[in-house]
Design a protein around this ligand. Sequence first.
Ligand SMILES: *Cc1c(COP(=O)(O)O)cnc(C)c1O
Length: 375
Amino acid sequence: MNIDLLDDNPYLLLTPGPLSTSKRVKVAMLKDWCTWDSEYNDLVQNIRRRLVSLATRRTEDYSSVLMQGSGSFSVESVIGSAIGPGGKLLVMTNGAYGQRIAQMAAVLGIDTLVLDSGEVSLPNLAKLEETLKADSAITHVAMVHCETTTGMLNPIQEAGAIVKAYNKTFIVDAMSSFGGVPLDMAELGIDYLISSANKCIQGVPGFGFVIARIDQLQSCKGQARSLSLDLYDQWNHMEQNGGKWRFTSPTHTVRAFYEALLELEEEGGVAARHTRYLTNQQTLVKGMRAIGYETLLSDGMQSPIITSFYYPDDPSFTFETFYKQLKEQGFVIYPGKISNADTFRIGNIGEIAEADMKRLIAAVGRVERSVKSHT
Ligand SMILES: *Cc1c(COP(=O)(O)O)cnc(C)c1O
């Protein structure tokens, strides 16, 4: 056996996600589980109940479904199942993940309208209202909560109020925010919320999940445009069979996720986790600004999840070198993802504390000095 496997990670992942998980979450995967076993299926039911409780106080109206694959598979299962044959989808986009929803709808042949506000502006809510007023064929509105492309936190509360005033179904991709930003689906008028195991709940990759109004899930019956990504069938199978998945489930990932949910509860729930992420994010930005880095977004638009920074005003800077130098010092960061500015991103979520952010700032400072001493 390779003993290195039991050593701690050589670096922290500041990349949501996968992100850095606790040892407890990783150790939970050292056991094999049978997908037919009631002990395992009870665990799945327990997870499903916990997810609903994290999403709303009005638990009786909502249910949850776990779905194999990365987060996008769960988004696609909602888009492909929730919108009926005569339905029309309006997608609010300001980044790659909003655009991915529009792309899924296009592939699935769903009548779709896209309202794009560029990558560094908030969604245009006046335009949303105008569009819903003008086009009564629209049945569903989808938007991303934290647009991980930039780190922007979109105004789902204001958007939800408009969507509900026009009596439309509201779909929110809360992939990178759920569990790290407090919200209540019932209060926000969210009908479908999608997230995945490897983001703010701090599990490992392998499945996503959908929390939805029960009446909405029931209305998906027979509408799916895919067999594997049939949201209704997956939900109904779990409901009817005590937590059994339709096809092979990622058992180790599920077991680790359960442990991650217990950790979230022990940390003090979503509010406490939100506070930790906020502290991480603010420590990061304060330290980076002191060195001379500038953020892509103004503080008012910024989420506590991930932050985009402009490249420094230094012609010798390359992301590849910067990345490599930080990795050598124990930190892995993300490249930028927007089209018209040179940026990189640093995530604040995962098993990361304020002290890690301070160590990161010190490491960036050392990289800076070594660059300057060579020029
Ligand atoms: C991570 C993420 C997804 C899903 O990405 P996968 O690579 O499929 O897991 C979707 N939307 C947002 C906003 C995300 O951050």
